[in-house]
Design a protein around this ligand. Structure first.
Ligand SMILES: *Cc1c(COP(=O)(O)O)cnc(C)c1O
Length: 390
C-alpha cells in the first residue's frame, strides 16, 4: 500500500495549495510598486484577521522574533515584568525577559493547567511594565483566559503582551475592547503557510512605551518598521514569497465565508474548535487521557498515554504505519504526551482519518481493548451535533 504524508503538528501545519502556487509565482522585487501593493493588501487583511484597529506589522522571522521584539521594544534593563507560565512557551517569555535584563516575577502553574485569576490579581503591581502570557500554550494543549487577564490589566499603566501564535485562528479575541497591547501570530500556524513570518498588532499604549524603552534592538526595531510599513515597505528585505502566500491564504479564509474575511476568521476558529472537540471525544473513547482537560486549546490536543507506556511509541507508529506526523511532548513531557493539531488547513475528514489511524495504533501498538470504529464514532457524534446547531 502507498502512504500519504499528513502533518498533524501544531506548527508547521499543512500548506494551503493556493498559497504554495502564490509563493512559487512570487519573483518580485521588494522595492517596487507591485510589492508595495501586495504588502499593503496583506497588512490590511491581517488587521481584519486579528480583528483590530491597532497597527499591524509583519516581520520576517519565526514567531519567537516577534516575541523578542515585544520585550526589547518596550522594556529597559531593570524593568519589572510579570510572566504567566504553564508550559515551554511561557518559559520562553521568562528567558527572553531575563535576556534583556528585566526583573521577572513569575506566576507558574503545572504543565497542563491554566492560571488562577485571584493569584494574578494579587501579584500584579503598578511597577510591572508588562504582563506576558500565551493565549494557547502549544506545549501542553492548554488555553488561557486572555479576556480575564486583560480585565485585570486594563486601566493600569501595565501593558498586556499576548503570544497568540496558536491562539489566533483557534480562539476569539477582542483586541481593542479587551485592551491587548501586543498580540502575536506566526505564519506556520493557523494561516497555512510555511514558517518564516511573524505578525503582531501594537496598541497606542505600547507605541508610547517604546519611546522610553532603552533595551538594545536593531533588526527588530518596531518603530522603524512602523515608519516603513505604512508606506508598504520594510526596513530590510522581507520574505517576499511568504507575503504572497499569506495574501493567498487570507483570500482563501475570506472565500470560506463568501469573501468576508471577518466571517471567514470566525469559520476558521469554529472549524478548529469542532475538530478539537471531536478529537478529544474520539481519544477519550479509545481510552486515552487528555493532558489539559479543564482548559483545552482548540489549536492542539495533548494526549497522555496510559501509565507505563511511552508516547514516543505512538508518534513513531503513526509515522511508520500511516506517514502521519504528530508531535511528542517537549522537555519533561517527552514520552508522556503526544500532540495533534487542529489549527489551519484541517477539515473534519482529516480528523476522521487521524482517528482511524489512532484506532490501529491503540489496538495493535498499545494493545488497548479497542473495537474499530469506536473513536471515529465518538468524533462523528460531535460533528453531527455541531453541524445540526450551525
Ligand atoms: C510555534 C509557537 C511559537 C513560535 O515558535 P517559533 O519556532 O519561533 O515559530 C511561540 N509560541 C507558541 C505558543 C507557539 O505555538
Amino acid at each position: 500500500m502507498i502512504r500519504k504524508t499528513r502533518l498533524f503538528t501544531p506548527g508547521p501545519t499543512p500548506l494551503l495549495p493556493a498559497a504554495q502556487f502564490a509563493m512559487a509565482a512570487a519573483d518580485i522585487h521588494h522595492r517596487t510598486p507591485e510589492f508595495r501593493a501586495l504588502f499593503l493588501k496583506v497588512l490590511g487583511q491581517l488587521k481584519v484577521f486579528i480583528g483590530t484597529q491597532n497597527d499591524v506589522l509583519l516581520l520576517s522571522c519565526s514567531g519567537t522574533g516577534a516575541m523578542e521584539a515585544s520585550v526589547s521594544n518596550i522594556t529597559s534593563p531593570g524593568d519589572r515584568v510579570l510572566v504567566l507560565t504553564a508550559g515551554k512557551f511561557g518559559e520562553r517569555w521568562v528567558d527572553l525577559a531575563k535576556a534583556f535584563g528585566c526583573v521577572v516575577d513569575v506566576i507558574q502553574k503545572p504543565y497542563g493547567e491554566t492560571f488562577d485569576l485571584a493569584e494574578i490579581k494579587a501579584a500584579l503591581k503598578p511597577e510591572h511594565k508588562a504582563v506576558y502570557m500565551q493565549a494557547s500554550e502549544t506545549s501542553t494543549g492548554a488555553s488561557h483566559n486572555v479576556e480575564a487577564v486583560a480585565a485585570l490589566v486594563k486601566g493600569t499603566d501595565t501593558l498586556l503582551i499576548v503570544d497568540g501564535i496558536t491562539g489566533l485562528g483557534t480562539q476569539t479575541f477582542d483586541v481593542d475592547g479587551w485592551g491587548v497591547d501586543i498580540l502575536i501570530g506566526g505564519s506556520q500556524k493557523a494561516v497555512m503557510i510555511p514558517p518564516g513570518l511573524a505578525y503582531l498588532s501594537v496598541s497606542e499604549k505600547a507605541w508610547k512605551a517604546m519611546d522610553a524603552a532603552k533595551s538594545p534592538r536593531y533588526y527588530f526595531d518596531l518603530r522603524k518598521e512602523r515608519k516603513n510599513q505604512v508606506k508598504g515597505e520594510t526596513a530590510y528585505t522581507p520574505a517576499v514569497a511568504l507575503v504572497a502566500g499569506l495574501g493567498a491564504a487570507l483570500d482563501y479564509i475570506a472565500g470560506q465565508a463568501g469573501g468576508d474575511l471577518e466571517k471567514g476568521r470566525i469559520a476558521l476558529i469554529d472549524n478548529a474548535q469542532v475538530n478539537a472537540a471531536a478529537t478529544r471525544a474520539g481519544l477519550v473513547a479509545l481510552g486515552f487521557t487528555l493532558f489539559a482537560p479543564a482548559s483545552s486549546s482548540a489549536a492542539a490536543t495533548a494526549v497522555a498515554v496510559p501509565e507505563g507506556m511511552d508516547s514516543g511509541v505512538v508518534v513513531k507508529a503513526l509515522k511508520a504505519k500511516f506517514s502521519l506526523v504528530t508531535a511528542n511532548g517537549q522537555g519533561t513531557m517527552q514520552g508522556k504526551i503526544f500532540r495533534v493539531a487542529h489549527l489551519g488547513f484541517f477539515d473534519f475528514l482529516d480528523t476522521v482519518a487521524f482517528m482511524g489511524a489512532m484506532e490501529h495504533i491503540a489496538k495493535e501498538t498499545l494493545g488497548l481493548p479497542v473495537v474499530f470504529g469506536q473513536g471515529v464514532a465518538a468524533a462523528q457524534e460531535v460533528f453531527a451535533k455541531t453541524a445540526s446547531s450551525h
